[in-house]
Design a protein around this ligand. Sequence first.
Ligand SMILES: Nc1nc2c(ncn2[C@@H]2O[C@H](COP(=O)(O)OP(=O)(O)OP(=O)(O)O)[C@@H](O)[C@H]2O)c(=O)[nH]1
Ligand SMILES: C[S@@+](CC[C@H](N)C(=O)[O-])C[C@H]1O[C@@H](n2cnc3c(N)ncnc32)[C@H](O)[C@@H]1O
Ligand code: SF4
Ligand code: SF4
Length: 374
Amino acid sequence: MSSKHIVPVSQIGRAQRAAPLPTHAVPATGVLLDRLARPLTDLRISVTDRCNFRCSYCMPKEVFDKDYQYLPHSALLSFEEITRLARIFAAHGVHKIRLTGGEPLLRKNLELLIEQLAAIRTPEGKPLDLTLTTNGSLLARKAEALKAAGLQRVTVSLDGLDDAVFRRMNDVDFPVAEVLTGLDAAHAAGLGPIKVNMVVKRGTNEQEILPMARRFRGTGVVLRFIEYMDVGATNGWRMDEVLPSAEVLQRVAAEFPIEPLEATAPGETAQRWAYRDGGGEIGVISSVTQAFCHDCTRARLSTEGKLYLCLFATAGHDLRPLLRGDADDAQIASAIGHIWQGRADRYSELRALRGPDTEASSGARRVEMSYIGG
Ligand SMILES: Nc1nc2c(ncn2[C@@H]2O[C@H](COP(=O)(O)OP(=O)(O)OP(=O)(O)O)[C@@H](O)[C@H]2O)c(=O)[nH]1
Ligand SMILES: C[S@@+](CC[C@H](N)C(=O)[O-])C[C@H]1O[C@@H](n2cnc3c(N)ncnc32)[C@H](O)[C@@H]1O
Ligand code: SF4
Ligand code: SF4
């Protein structure tokens, strides 16, 4: 789509609603590039800002306490609104959608949303890569229904195997055994390939790196180690608590020889490594020590319909007034195109150059991970 076809959000009038797009296919609106020539291919949708865990790196208990003001139900996008946006994004070239949160499995009747998203076809007629990131606490109960609704795969966050360490990490005393049962249920339901994400905090759960590697080696599960990030404004992030991925890899390699793998797609978050003996692969997500902004293709939609162009953004572009006003699909597509074409975000690269901000330069606070989705 050329920029002359793009209409700024502020200029969208109250034109009549066009005929709805077909349920299963979307017309292509052309490749959309941002100011750094990055295409828009991934959409991460937060379906709730609530969670039943209080991981200290994400929702510290002291901040997310009983008085914390979560979004009221009326503010949340409905499943129909989310699906309408997803169709428009698919027409813009998005082929991967990840549901996240907060804890996405807390959103009531999530299967109904998955059904609607699974019916979308890209302009080439293909289904979306439809996946979900979860803390795994409700997976044992929900895996089969999620699969039946059309979810293809899941990523489960798991920060250790030792029960005491895991309970400390989730800070709500949740037992690790239940997450492991959830993983088994996901596997049995055919929700794969399954990925497991482990945030590594130096001095807190680094001793779990090798037990996790041993546990998932040879199982088909792809274990990824994530550097603890300075996301949001409440987790008290400190550089000395980041264990660089290079160190993680050294520790794994000391027990199991590994070799680098090619990326499967441009813009991938993880660098992939294979066990030399054929035991499968692991990944490292090194946003702090090796920023990957140069080919970041990800947009994020908050629970209440704000479009964020970076995980570390301080403000989003509110699409909800368009959804709830008279804008038709073409106008919303145009607004999204305009927003993406204005994007120049590359927070992690800039942080590497100038050091982390506790507050962004404008003085505005960065949004919380639980609100924007990880
Ligand atoms: N800095 C930064 N971190 C990201 C970004 N996207 C994802 N992450 C981090 O990487 C972690 C893993 O992301 P996932 O939710 O598994 O998504 P993914 O790696 O794109 O997923 P796959 O398609 O399964 O490889 C997230 O929990 C975030 O912590 C990004 O654009 N920037
Ligand atoms: C915000 S959570 C939302 C989905 C779900 N509740 C879960 O935990 O999988 C998404 C991902 O972000 C990761 N995450 C949260 N805070 C982080 C931080 N400060 N640094 C790195 N990763 C973080 C979590 O470990 C999780 O894998
Ligand atoms: S990382 Fe996920 S499980 Fe942990 S507090 Fe954040 S949203 Fe909840
Ligand atoms: S820091 Fe922002 S621009 Fe960089 S990879 Fe993450 S989301 Fe993308």
